[in-house]
Design a protein around this ligand. Structure first.
Ligand SMILES: C[S@@+](CC[C@H](N)C(=O)[O-])C[C@H]1O[C@@H](n2cnc3c(N)ncnc32)[C@H](O)[C@@H]1O
Length: 312
């Protein structure tokens, strides 16, 4: 009797253990399935995030300039007289790094960078703040060392008191109106250049349109391209300059599948980049063109594109 009881208990225990094992196995399968689903969702999310239908790449300059180049090689072909004390516009400025470099190196009176992507404009504002901060701390440490030298010479040279006074007077902190901050020169704005209204009465001396034409044609077709060129011409002052860097036709092939719109527009494009000079000179009304490409060297592979300057 006692034996029968024990055997019953053992059977029940074995059944419980089997059930537990099955439950655990089911849980493992469930966890694995959930893990896979989460991975797939994360991948899709990444894919969705990495969708750049306008060439609005994050970290564009990371691979365009690379780590081995100090500055963008395109800076070398831009003539100072087109920028110094001039009002400039940079269409499709991305994260603003090149716009800021132009402002600093070529001393624009003003430069406005516009981009269709508000995230890139946020990046541009961040780069501008960083650049101003770095400039200010460089200026501060230069001033401090100048003052230290002057103070050390103070005992021996009676004129050095005057020098200290001069350094303090020239300091931008004491006379903010004398020196213009980068914030007064550079600004950024989110805008679709093809679709936005022309600001009444606003004109520029120089307009940059670098590596943007492909994205305009893929998204808004030939009509978008003509709207872009016409708007640029209207916004330029007489004698003003358009600096244009068109992407070559063969590169359209790489990006035309980015959306249904781009695929459709790609099939209907008639104005190829080799035709742009003729369109700008004969149809839009620019007077002259200068090929700046010869001055470019050391561009990262895939970015050795032609650059032209058209004069209104
Ligand atoms: C490939 S990036 C070139 C960036 C920069 N111009 C350069 O060459 O260093 C093209 C930029 O044009 C912008 N873009 C494309 N279509 C635009 C439009 N309709 N209006 C304003 N920006 C546009 C994109 O968001 C992207 O940041």
């Amino acid at each position: 009797m006692a034996e029968e009881e024990t055997s019953k208990k053992n059977k029940a225990k074995n059944t419980d253990q089997r059930d537990n094992r099955n439950n655990n196995n089911n849980k493992v399968v469930e966890v694995k399935a959930r893990g896979k689903q989460e991975q797939a969702e994360a991948k899709n999310k990444r894919k969705r995030k990495d969708f750049f239908p306008f060439g609005n790449y994050r970290n564009y300059y990371g691979y365009r300039i690379g780590n081995d180049l100090e500055e963008d090689p395109r800076l070398r072909v831009l003539k100072k007289e087109w920028f110094q004390d001039k009002d400039c516009l940079d269409i499709g400025c991305n994260s603003g790094i090149f716009t800021i470099q132009i402002a600093k190196k070529l001393h624009c009176s003003s430069i406005l960078g516009i981009d269709i992507d508000s995230s890139r404009i946020e990046d541009a504002h961040w780069h501008l703040r960083k650049s101003v901060r770095m400039d200010n701390s460089k200026k501060k440490s230069a001033k401090t060392s100048e003052l230290e030298v002057a103070k050390r010479e103070n005992d021996s040279d009676p004129n050095s008191a005057l020098l200290i006074e001069e350094i303090l007077e020239n300091s931008s902190d004491c006379c903010p109106s004398r020196k213009r901050d980068l914030f007064d020169i550079v600004s950024f704005q989110q805008e679709n250049f093809v679709k936005s209204q022309l600001p009444p009465g606003k004109h520029y001396d120089t307009i940059l349109c670098l590596s943007v034409t492909k994205w305009i044609q893929l998204n808004w077709g030939d009509d978008g391209l003509i709207a872009l060129f016409t708007k640029i011409w209207t916004l330029l002052r007489p004698g003003g300059i358009l600096v244009l860097e068109p992407q070559p036709w063969k590169s359209y092939e790489n990006n035309h599948r980015v959306s249904e719109t781009t695929a459709m527009n790609y099939r209907n494009i008639k104005h190829r980049p080799v035709d742009f000079q003729e369109i700008l000179l004969d149809k839009i009304g620019f007077r002259t063109v200068e090929d700046l490409t010869w001055g470019l060297s050391g561009s990262t592979a895939g970015f050795n594109r032609p650059i032209f300057a058209f004069c209104k």
